[in-house]
Design a protein around this ligand. Structure first.
Ligand SMILES: [Ca+2]
Ligand SMILES: [Ca+2]
Length: 144
């Protein structure tokens, strides 16, 4: 019963966030480009924000589940990427790109379920974060 309450609250929180971001949306800068190969190569798709995608199995008629290798965040966007569908995060802290970069090499046992990339971030290879070919859901917020 207690668990169910927590989930209900999380869902309400998610909805109110989505509603809140609609107000500041509408800028042409709020997007994320995704690529199925490293270095911004291969198949490319632009996803306009704000949006929350609980799965990536059909984005512009292509199955993007577990194939993204590089991405670019628009100047007015912030993206949260998840290894699992439905934003499911295994237990553990949330890491941000600068922290992981600061560590130098990523620990082999490193296993974050979610990562945030801020505006203008160009990730030439998600393997740097142990996130290559693993993204299964994402959220795009518009930040200006
Ligand atoms: Ca790939
Ligand atoms: Ca996955």
């Amino acid at each position: 019963m207690k668990t169910r309450n927590v989930y209900a609250r999380l869902i309400i929180l998610g909805v109110s966030c989505a509603v809140a971001s609609v107000g500041v949306a509408g800028t042409a800068d709020c997007w994320v480009d995704i690529f199925d190969e490293p270095n911004f190569k291969g198949i490319q798709t632009r996803i306009d924000g704000p949006i929350e995608l609980p799965h990536l199995r059909n984005i512009h008629d292509i199955d993007w589940n577990d194939v993204i290798d590089s991405l670019e965040v628009g100047p007015g966007a912030e993206v949260e990427v998840y290894k699992n569908e439905n934003y499911l995060v295994p237990e553990g802290p949330v890491y941000h790109a600068p922290e992981i970069k600061a560590w130098g090499n990523v620990d082999e046992n490193f296993r974050a379920g979610v990562m945030t990339f801020t505006a203008n971030h160009r990730v030439h290879h998600l393997g740097e974060y142990n996130f290559h070919n693993q993204i299964s859901s994402l959220k795009i917020k518009c930040v200006r």
